[in-house]
Write a protein that binds this ligand. Sequence first.
Ligand SMILES: [Mn+2]
Length: 357
Amino acid sequence: MGRLAELRKKLLHKKLDALLVTKPVNRNYLSGFTGSTAFLVVTLRSALFVTDSRYTEQAKKEINGEFELVEIKSTKEYYKTIVDIVKKDKVNVLAIESRNLVFSQYETLKKYLPKKEISGQTGLIEELREIKTEEELAYIRKAVDIAEIAFEKTLKKIKPGISENEIAAELEYNMRLSGAEGPSFPTIVASGKRGALPHGVASEKKVNKGELIVLDFGAVYKGYCSDLTRTVGLGIINRLFKNRYKVVYGAQQKAISSIKSGVILSVPDKKARNYLQKHSMEKYFTHGLGHGIGMEIHENPSINSKIKGILKTNMVITIEPGVYFNGGSGIRIENDIIVNDKGCEILGKDQQRLVVL
Ligand SMILES: [Mn+2]
């Protein structure tokens, strides 16, 4: 079944007559359009792709044939297009993406459609996006490969006295050279004590001998993200750090070995947490184990101990246990995982050995 048909099935099931799509990645997912300004109206019968003259040519090339292209010249026409299709297709309940419609737009919609129900929805298209097609999986695998190649190149440049910012710049430059459209998010390089900040974006701090360096980075390829975290040592690394690293790796492996289609979503997080607990490190693991990746760097499903639902074939998730010692150091190891019927496919290199530069 095509994406539009899947969405209509959901609309019917929820007794919604139409959906106004305003979230850019969802618009791209359904229509194929990669530009920055457009919206979709999907009713049970019609599918409109609405944009202005700046994007008409691009849309003609990109959007799939199920959509009718409508060019508008003003904001007023934006609302008129919606009102017209609501009338034509006898829409009573118009769903909106409540996290992606500005309040003033909602108020204007209400004004134009006083007798219609406007239903705020979240996750309609996001739920479809949880399960990837073979094509999407291929893009994600490539996005991981690009990030790995760039990381290997960057390792050669890491020396005492260079700054975290320089390392991040090198890594992002290398990802671009290896075929990335850009980084999936601002690269994290957190060395020494800064490693205790789980999301310590790169700073002016210089890296020193004896420190662990946490690098969290990813590439975008054909609109799909990768997300990897590597912890490396510089100079001589003390036994305490090495032992902690082993425990984090062990926790990652415990979690990964539990992954299989049909498994309850909260299981991998619990496995990792139990393993850390055995080594008295559980209290230093202060975030969820992972998250879905795809067109967005964080998408469904979340992977934590409270989440409901099950793992399904062709979901793509990160597994990233981390421990953070305030005033000390941080260690995180992250790989990307494709769920399948037999278990899973691990993307990115195995991190058993702590790389010491
Ligand atoms: Mn991540």
